[in-house]
Design a protein around this ligand. Structure first.
Ligand code: SAH
Length: 229
């Protein structure tokens, strides 16, 4: 499953990554596939060089434009839920950010589509994923609209907090598909799994969470303006 990642790149910081994975296990992540993918993917390539020594700490880190790469435990939990609940093949991620989460989805064998509203981040993620020889379909756009041309998906994952008024994207899910999303309710965020059977939705609460907000519209930035922090 991990043969896409060039061994040379994958060799950077293997010990630090192993420590991160051991900590994830201590925190309750048990899915071997998730742990193996996170042990292999060089997370430091998804943050600025100045932050690379912190890339394996249990924290979220800035990736520029006021956005963050989620902390490893949050990513691991979302991947674990997704694999256990849906075993998806085609996945849509809203909020590409650094590209780390969608790289892991691709390493776990999924065909991944991912939308980012900030063009400079989308371009940088595309470059990082290409460097790792990971194939992901990326698009600059407003993820609130989904990606109707490439639907239906087995799962749609939001990595930005969704206002509860957002129209659900059930029309872009196949029956039996799931939405995994942080939802804002009364100023607090909860991670929710919504199962769609084609006509009805069943919701499961997965506890409190903290993500940057889903924002409307898109931001175009020339590559010269690109800054990390
Ligand atoms: N999954 C990312 C973390 C994302 S942070 C990673 O692994 O690094 C959330 C991202 O969602 C930010 O990059 C932000 O710009 C993006 N975002 C926010 N609102 C959006 C929208 N409406 N459509 C697409 N992307 C959006």
């Amino acid at each position: 499953m991990l043969s896409h990642v060039s061994p040379e790149v994958g060799m950077i910081s293997p010990r630090t990554r192993a420590r991160m994975v051991a900590r994830l296990q201590d925190e309750g992540i048990a899915d071997e596939r998730v742990l193996a993918a996170m042990a292999q993917l060089p997370r430091h390539l998804f943050v600025a060089e100045a932050l690379s020594s912190r890339a394996y700490e249990p924290v979220s880190l800035p990736i520029g434009f006021g956005q963050t790469i989620s902390q490893p435990l949050v990513v691991a939990r979302m991947l674990e839920v997704l694999l256990q609940e849906a075993s998806p093949h085609r996945v849509l991620e809203i909020g590409t950010g650094s590209g780390y989460h969608c790289a892991l989805l691709a390493m776990l064998g999924m065909e991944v589509f991912s939308i980012e509203r900030i063009e400079a981040l989308q371009r940088r993620a595309a470059a990082t994923l290409a460097r790792l020889s990971l194939e992901v379909h990326l698009r600059h756009g407003d993820g609130a609209l989904g990606w109707p041309e490439r639907a239906p998906f087995d799962a749609i994952v939001f990595t930005a907090a969704v206002p509860c008024a957002l129209p659900p994207l059930f029309a872009q899910l196949r029956p039996g598909g799931v939405l995994l999303m942080p939802v804002v309710e009364n100023g607090r965020q909860r991670l929710r799994l919504r199962r769609w059977d084609g006509s009805r939705v069943e919701e499961q609460d997965l506890g409190p969470c903290h993500f940057v907000p889903l924002l409307a519209g898109t931001v175009s930035v020339s590559q010269e303006d690109t800054t990390w922090i």
